[in-house]
Design a protein around this ligand. Structure first.
Ligand SMILES: Cc1cc2nc3c(=O)[nH]c(=O)nc-3n(C[C@H](O)[C@H](O)[C@H](O)COP(=O)(O)OP(=O)(O)OC[C@H]3O[C@@H](n4cnc5c(N)ncnc54)[C@H](O)[C@@H]3O)c2cc1C
Length: 459
């Protein structure tokens, strides 16, 4: 239900002089899309609150005038979560960028939602502390967006995802009311775990205006290796074999042949004959322990057919390897006009089978499927690359079959990007009607008018 011009004008008037607003066509166009490549749907007004009271004012003005409103972080999302599907007001949290405190004694930090994840990591590392969740978009995404999507990253294999590090939240409900959920302490079980519910709520149940995060001590040593394989099937089996040995690297990232081709020569040149690669990273307190762990992994990789295993010799070389990994998404995008990036997740034991079957699916439909990602935790970015609308029916067929196949393998349609707009039609493949209905009831209890981020998650 889109609002009419009079309703929007009433919101604008209510907020004028109180909250920064923009409605020029250039700004509206920018806020009309994210990194999901799904839809362009510009809002009709963008609000830039700078504190909790201003967020409340925006929500209250929207509710009073029955205008839809959608929270926005840095728009790096890959499921269309920040897109204003029904127009109305985009509520950007990007001006709320304060790191309020970092406590080495309590191993906690308190931040505002617009802090860029990578900036926060650097700030805590400067104090000898560590914030492990590391989405590959860390140079641009916000902590608020990470909370909303329960973002993960390469280190999730050992350290878990965003939810594992959120202790408490100041949360503005869709009505504009503020609640504090969770705690400042390490333990605490009073009441329902609303922090757990709000983390991952994809901007549909309210917004985080203050976040208390758990930190851990910064590991003293980190070592990174690159294993080169002839093809992706060998690499996938090697990932499973490493895990089956009981080894827990902090990251185990896989690149298939299309991904290798996309990034080869851009800051790093792969050895001739590379058909697939695995980046393995270990961390801990003692160098000898890490060397022992890596040499065990080296042996497993070679048994599985690795052509070479290269060890980064210093931080510069480590960073080069990670720059390659972080560049995959952008490099693939440059290969064809369109790219749809899925983030399916399967049980670890099914990783080799999943990769083989996604590839076979692409081949059957004549589409390029690039698979890369956090293979160690079963979270694979299966990307479909295509040139134009004439291929779209086949792409849609491939997507649907990929989702059904993932669920059949015991997996989930989204390991970290969220359902948002992009995957709402697939949710019913994974969840029963009763479960979807229960979630709709929760949404209705917290946002009875359904004005916050309408059209997301549910089919
Ligand atoms: C190159 C690239 C690599 C990526 N790699 C990863 C990865 O490794 N792991 C991963 O998990 N994701 C990854 N992503 C996806 C994306 O970066 C994450 O989903 C990220 O958490 C989105 O943050 P954002 O600030 O850009 O939020 P946006 O995209 O602006 O918004 C995402 C959702 O958050 C909501 N929202 C924003 N701020 C708040 C708030 N303060 N309170 C409540 N809701 C809010 C919005 O309504 C929306 O639903 C990648 C994206 C790109 C482009």
């Amino acid at each position: 239900m889109r609002a009419g011009p009079a309703q929007l004008e009433a919101v604008r008037r209510a907020l004028e002089g109180q909250v920064a607003l923009k409605a020029d066509p250039g700004t509206l166009a920018v806020y009309g899309h994210d990194e999901s490549d799904t839809i362009d749907a510009p809002p009709e007004l963008v609000a830039f609150p700078e504190n909790t009271a201003q967020v409340q004012a925006v929500f209250r003005a929207c509710v009073a005038n029955r205008v839809p409103y959608t929270p926005v972080g840095a728009r790096s999302g890959k499921s269309g979560g920040s897109i204003s599907l029904e127009g109305g007001v985009a509520v950007s949290l990007e001006k709320m960028t304060a790191i309020r405190s970092i406590s080495p004694e309590d191993l906690t930090a308190v931040v505002e939602p617009g802090v860029i994840t990578g900036d926060f990591m650097k700030a805590v590392e400067a104090k000898g502390l560590f914030y492990p969740p590391d989405p590959n978009s860390l140079a641009m995404c916000t902590l608020g967006g990470n909370i909303a999507e329960n973002a993960g990253g390469p280190r999730a294999l050992k350290y878990g995802v965003t939810r594992d590090y959120v202790l408490g939240l100041e949360w503005v409900l869709p009505s504009g009311e503020v609640v504090r959920v969770g705690r400042q302490t390490i333990k605490g079980v009073a009441g329902y775990d609303l922090t757990g519910l709000f983390v991952g709520s994809e901007g549909t149940l309210g917004v985080a205006t203050e976040i208390t995060l758990q930190l851990v001590p910064l590991p003293r040593k980190v070592m990174t290796a690159l294993a080169i394989f002839k093809d992706v099937h060998q690499a996938a089996r090697a990932v499973s074999a490493v895990l089956a040995q009981g080894l827990v690297p902090r990251a185990l990232e896989l690149l298939d042949e299309v991904s290798v081709r996309a990034v080869d020569g851009k800051g790093f040149t792969f050895p001739a004959g590379t058909g697939s690669a695995v980046i393995a990273e270990v961390d801990g307190a003692l160098e000898e322990a890490l060397v022992a762990e890596l040499s065990q992994m080296d042996e497993v990789f070679r048994t599985q057919g690795a052509l070479e295993v290269l060890l980064a010799q210093d931080d510069g070389q480590r960073e080069k390897l990670w720059a390659v990994r972080r560049g995959v998404s952008t490099a693939l995008r440059a290969m064809k006009k369109h790219k749809i990036s899925e983030d399916v997740c399967v049980p670890r034991s099914r990783i080799p089978e999943a990769i083989a079957r996604y590839k076979a699916l692409g081949a059957e439909l004549g589409l390029t499927v690039a698979t890369y990602g956090h293979a160690g935790d079963g979270n694979l970015h299966a990307n479909i690359l295509y040139e134009g609308p004439h291929e779209r029916p086949r792409v849609d067929q491939a997507l649907e079959r990929m989702m059904r196949l993932t669920v059949e393998l015991g997996g989930t349609i989204t390991g970290e990007h969220g359902v948002g707009y992009a995957k709402r039609s697939f949710l019913a493949f994974e969840q029963s009607p009763g479960l979807i209905a229960l979630q709709r009831q929760l949404k209705a209890a917290i946002d009875p008018l359904g004005l916050m981020n309408p059209g997301k998650i549910f089919p």
